[in-house]
Design a binder for this molecule. Structure first.
Ligand code: SF4
Length: 425
């Protein structure tokens, strides 16, 4: 099959220079990933070992959620010196014991590390293996870091999935199988499952799965299709187990989704006619729905602060499919290999990696963009300075991948622009 990639911009950003900044940054920590991971893996529980700050972050990031049976909690450790660490481990064992006794539905328990100094002193990996032995056959207990010192925002998903990789069963055959990697809303997963079935791909699994107890298998026949661009550690761990990473853009917008599906179709030798017929209906409907938002977005000047690591694929979608002009595209980390297809399709743009927040705010204010995509902490000051903003966290929490969501994704950017035109007299 030919034409597997997005339309490449002749002077794309494949080798574009990147402004690297290592100053103060305004980014959520990796604990935030729990908000979408706990919704996805319905039988998993996330126990943050942290401070009151961590508990507050989770509560506010998750919004006010009332569950009959919550699936995350924070074990709060007070100030202790090293001599008190034995007590900390006892305390953790006691909390875990009580939790598991009360909640027989939990099949996988994640102990999530944070950055308060008393937590850093605790060896959570050791605690997880100690507790695993004590609860063998009953519950899988793993640990990963969501600490703000080690992780930003979406990296929490990467460290969580990375911790699960050694638990994946070995594939019993080397026959090709597709593994879609990265959390997708169930509704999006169902849409993709239908299209993969029409393409006749055979075995397709999703990681993370809806039930943590039913992990997908991995082996030399596994073809990994990343649904999220922030999973470099997980991708590396999967390839170390013999899987092959497919080169693809991310399934944002109509063209992004088509190229992403085509990467899978190519890997499984799907005939071009079969591919065209499977995507024709959904792609056409998506194109029609997306066109409604183009007049609002076309020619608008947009600035991305680094936050979710979705910035490069989102910028590709906005410029190529919505006609937006990009002023600066910031990302916390730039792994060129994982966003190669989206970078190649970006028009020449100022790229930045990391952050020196004061300098970046100065650049943004000097450019006066029509819309600024940023974290919650920066949105209010920028709005007060007269700029329109979009919270990047919304782009992670909303289902945005796939054909049926292409227009919704555009609308997320169009809405603040509509709001300001309605406010004008
Ligand atoms: S892990 Fe660190 S950065 Fe994150 S909420 Fe807890 S204290 Fe704050």
């Amino acid at each position: 099959m030919t034409g597997t990639a997005l339309p490449v911009v002749e002077t794309g950003c494949t080798d574009a220079p990147v402004l690297k900044e290592r100053g103060q940054r305004e980014v959520f920590c990796g604990l935030t990933g729990i908000v979408w991971l706990h919704r996805k893996m319905q039988d998993a529980f996330f126990l943050v070992v942290g401070s009151r700050t961590c508990a507050h972050l989770l509560q506010s990031a998750a919004g006010v959620m009332i569950f009959a049976e919550p699936r995350f909690a924070t074990a709060i450790l007070g100030d202790r010196d090293l001599a008190g660490l034995a007590d900390c481990n006892d305390e953790l064992d006691r909390v875990v014991g009580e939790l598991l006794a009360r909640r027989p539905d939990i099949t996988t328990l994640f102990l999530v590390g944070s950055c308060p100094s008393e937590v850093i002193k605790l060896d959570l990996a050791k605690a997880a293996s100690r507790l695993s032995v004590a609860n063998q056959g009953r519950v899988r207990i793993l640990s990963y870091s969501g600490s703000g010192i080690e992780t930003t925002f979406t990296q929490g998903e990467d460290t969580c999935l990375r911790a699960l990789v050694p638990e994946l069963p070995a594939a019993t055959t080397d026959a090709p199988a597709l593994l879609v990697c990265g959390t997708l809303a169930d509704v999006v997963e169902d849409q993709f499952t239908r299209i993969f079935a029409e393409l006749g791909l055979g075995r397709v699994e999703f990681f993370p799965p809806r039930r943590a107890a039913s992990l997908p298998s991995v082996g030399p026949g596994t073809r990994i299709l990343l649904a999220q661009p922030f999973l470099n550690e997980t991708a590396r761990a999967l390839t170390a187990r013999g899987a092959t990473l497919l080169s693809a853009p991310y399934p944002l917008g109509v063209d992004g989704t088509t190229a992403w599906l085509r990467a899978a179709a190519d890997a499984f030798d799907v005939a071009p006619e079969r591919f065209a017929s499977a995507i024709a209906g959904p792609a056409q409907r998506a194109r029609t729905a997306l066109a409604r938002h183009r007049p609002t977005l076309e020619g608008r000047r947009l600035f991305f602060f680094p936050d979710s690591q979705l910035e490069i694929p989102l910028a590709r979608f906005l410029s190529a499919e919505c006609g937006v002009t990009l002023l600066e595209v910031g990302t916390p980390y730039l792994d060129r290999a994982l966003v190669a297809a989206d970078l190649a399709a970006l028009p020449p743009t100022q790229l930045s990696e990391g952050q020196d927040v004061e300098k970046q705010l100065d650049r943004c204010l000097a450019l006066q963009p029509d819309l600024t995509v940023c974290g919650l902490g920066l949105a209010n000051p920028l709005e007060a300075a007269g700029l329109r903003t979009k919270w990047s966290i919304e782009l992670v929490f909303s289902p945005i991948q796939g054909y049926d969501q292409a227009a919704d994704l555009a609308e997320l950017f169009a809405r603040p622009l509509h709001r300001i035109s309605r406010l004008k007299v």
